[in-house]
Write a new protein. Sequence first.
Length: 56
Amino acid sequence: MPSFMCKDIGIDCPFEAHGTTNHELMRKFIDHAEPAHKMHVLSADVIFKVQNAIKK
């Protein structure tokens, strides 16, 4: 099951997400990042980092 933690991309945050697909995991990160990290729009760099940090 794919998983991701904010710490995986250098953000000091305990958030951890699990999902059945990478798309589901990215959606969970976006839902978290908007309020918690004031990331209302994710840059291509952040999306790339998250996609590369997903553990399968």
